[in-house]
Each structure stands twice: as structure tokens, then as C-alpha cells.
Design a protein around this ligand. Structure first.
Ligand code: ZN
Ligand code: ZN
Length: 369
């Protein structure tokens, strides 16, 4: 497949206007603009209606837009014009009356300015219109995500084979990032989490100065980003020394919760029901209060996207959605275990996109002498 069909994506977005009685939408979320046009710059807005699609940008991006979005109408403002003045002009010219804006991607100040400048249309708050389209990945997007998984998995292979007891969390993060880039990644999917022992008990810890030898638990949560902007998101917890019975119990509980939840992933499954499967296994083992976050999340151009795999999500899974499944148990001051894989919802079930081994025995690391 050659590349994304941006025209088709925009047509699908316009089809969603009707239910909200919109005749235009001002898209201000950067990833949404990228999804709808291919434009990778910032400080730009996109106006979409059935009659006009205009990328509102400035002269720094003239050439880039011509390269990335050929055929798209652009409104290039000069340094004397503010972006909200340019947007007001575009909205007026399009003769639209009910124009949606992305409530999650417009500041209160920007909104106030727009309200005073857009005299010809009502501004209507919308939420998640483009995000909803992005939940289901097309064939090209799945190729990008598979590539991001491959880069991440090759990267952790390098880390594992070169792991030493005296390495710090920060050194490991550096080796991991460099390795992923050497396998073609444009960067990391997010700041990798590398946590030894008590640091691993913090679900979103930053890599610090702890050395591998300070505990028998090493948690790594990492992913790669492709040059097309797509990401992967994986967690493995490694056993790097003598382990206690409790460590093994926690690990096996997390793994069981994860595997049972993954097994339930198929079209029509409710996100909260999948979450509940993992949560119940962890609760039955007595660790309920040590698993505080949701089970997983969609990802793609961003590391956290709709859908949410949480107790609050009434959404049902659909073919083409890609989600993480990442239960964890975190014992404050001691250690934490999380196991995270990337799952594609298929027409008749699911496919696990990630293949780094995850059984307890696989997690035991032998250091090279
Ligand atoms: Zn993760
Ligand atoms: Zn995640």
C-alpha cells in the first residue's frame, strides 16, 4: 500500500458533521491535523467543510506543506497576522454557519479570541471527532505500527544481551534509545521508563541513577516511533538476581491477568469487560489496591489515544483497533511488575503484535561474565 488516503479520511470526518449539525470544523490538534493532511509541522490549524479544506499556516512552512500535502489549499499568513484572525477570515469566506472547534485542543484564551473575531458563524464545542476515526487503523497504519514494534523489539534485544549489574537506569535508557534508532526508528515512542526495584513500583517513573544490582527487578516500558509518526508500546519486567517467592507470585499474577484479558479481545467485547477480567484476577490474588491504572489504551500517532481500556469505558472493540494490555502490581518501596503487549483486534478475534517472550523463566536475565 502506497500511503494514507487523506481525502478519504476527511470525507469520513465530514460525514460525522451531520449528527452535530455542523457545516465546518476547525481542527487544532496537531496529531489530528497530521492524520487528516500528512502535515508534520506545528503552529497551524486546519479548516474543513464540505466545500473547502484549508490549512492555515505561516511562511516557515510554505515549502514543507507543498511537499507533504500537495493539492491542499493553504492560507499562509505573514508575521503581522495572528492565527485566529486568519482562521476567522477562512471561516467567513467558506460561508459556514455552525463551525465546530476541538474543545480539547484549543486554549481558553484562543477560544475567547476566536469568539470575538468570528462574527459570521457560531462556534460549537466538539470532542473526539477525529480521534474517533483514528481508533480504527487502516492497512498502511498497521504496517507502520508493526514496523514500530519491530524496532522496539530489536532494541530491547540489544539491552538484554548487554545488561550488566553496574549499569544505571539512565545508561540502559540511552542504550535502548540508540539501539532503536540504529534499527530505523526516528525516535522513541515516548520517554522510556527504566526502573530498578522501588523505582519499578512507580508506574510512570523516570530513569534515574539506580543500578541494576540494587534489586532483582528491572522494569522497562519502551517503544519506538517510525518516521511516519507511528509508535509501539511494550513493557517487560526482568528478573536480574535472586528472586523472592513474592516476586514470583506477583509476576505470575500479572501475567495471568494479562493473558486472560488478551484472550477476551475480539470485536464487540466491551473495553470495561476486558479490564474487569484482569482486575478480578489481581484482586483474587490479594493485590487489588496495588493495581490503580486502567488496563490499556489505543495508540498510533500518539502514545495514548482513544480507545481506553478502563473500568469507565463503555466502548466496544472493533476490527482494526490496536490497544495495549498492561496490568501491573506495584508494591510501594519494594518493586513493581507490569507486562504490556500490543494487540490488534481482527475480524474474528485478535492478533498479538509483540513477540518478546513474557513467561517468568523468559524474564530471568543471565549476565555475561
Ligand atoms: Zn507502556
Ligand atoms: Zn501503554
Amino acid at each position: 500500500m502506497s500511503g494514507p488516503n487523506y481525502t478519504q479520511r476527511r470525507s469520513r470526518l465530514i460525514r460525522a458533521f451531520k449528527a452535530l449539525e455542523l457545516d465546518g470544523l476547525l481542527v487544532t490538534g496537531e496529531s489530528n491535523i497530521r492524520y487528516l493532511t500528512g502535515f508534520t509541522g506545528d503552529s497551524s490549524w486546519l479548516f474543513i467543510s464540505s466545500g473547502a479544506t484549508v490549512l492555515i499556516s505561516d511562511s516557515r512552512y510554505t515549502t514543507q506543506i507543498a511537499n507533504e500535502c500537495s493539492g491542499l489549499d493553504v492560507d499562509i499568513r505573514d508575521a503581522r497576522k495572528l492565527i485566529d484572525d486568519a482562521a476567522a477570515d477562512v471561516i467567513r469566506k467558506a460561508k459556514t454557519k455552525h463551525v465546530g472547534f476541538e474543545a480539547s485542543h484549543l486554549s481558553v484564551a484562543q477560544h475567547a479570541a476566536l469568539v470575538t473575531k468570528v462574527k459570521t458563524a457560531d462556534l460549537v464545542a466538539t470532542g473526539g471527532l477525529t480521534e474517533r476515526l483514528r481508533e480504527v487503523k487502516d492497512k498502511w497504519e498497521l504496517e507502520q505500527i508493526r514496523a514500530a514494534v519491530y524496532m522496539a523489539e530489536r532494541g530491547i534485544g540489544v539491552v538484554r544481551s548487554s545488561l550488566q549489574p553496574d549499569q544505571t537506569e539512565r545508561e540502559i535508557r540511552y542504550i535502548l534509545e540508540a539501539a532503536m534508532r540504529s534499527f530505523g526508528a526516528a525516535g522513541t515512542g515516548f520517554e522510556p521508563i527504566v526502573g530498578v526495584g522501588p523505582t519499578a513500583a512507580l508506574p510512570h517513573a523516570h530513569a534515574g541513577d539506580r543500578r541494576v544490582s540494587e534489586s532483582s527487578i528491572l522494569l522497562v516500558d519502551w517503544g519506538a516511533a517510525t518516521s511516519s509518526g507511528y509508535r509501539s508500546d511494550i513493557t517487560r519486567t526482568f528478573i536480574t538476581g535472586k528472586f523472592t517467592k513474592q516476586m514470583r507470585t506477583v509476576y505470575e499474577t500479572v501475567l495471568k491477568a494479562q493473558q486472560k484479558a488478551i484472550a477476551a479481545i475480539k470485536p464487540g467485547a466491551k473495553c470495561k469487560a476486558v479490564d474487569a477480567i484482569a482486575r478480578k484476577i489481581i484482586a483474587n490474588a490479594g493485590f487489588e489496591k496495588y493495581f490503580g491504572h486502567g488496563l490499556g489504551h489505543g495508540f498510533g500517532l500518539q502514545i495514548h489515544e482513544s480507545v481506553r481500556m478502563s473500568p469507565l469505558s463503555e466502548q466496544e472493540l472493533e476490527p482494526g483497533m490496536v490497544v495495549t494490555v498492561e496490568p501491573g502490581i506495584y508494591l510501594p518501596g519494594k518493586f513493581g511488575v507490569r507486562i504490556e503487549d500490543d494487540i490488534l483486534v481482527t475480524n474474528d478475534g485478535h492478533e498479538v503484535l509483540t513477540s518478546v517472550p513474557r513467561e517468568f523463566d523468559d524474564a530471568i536475565v543471565e549476565f555475561l561474565a
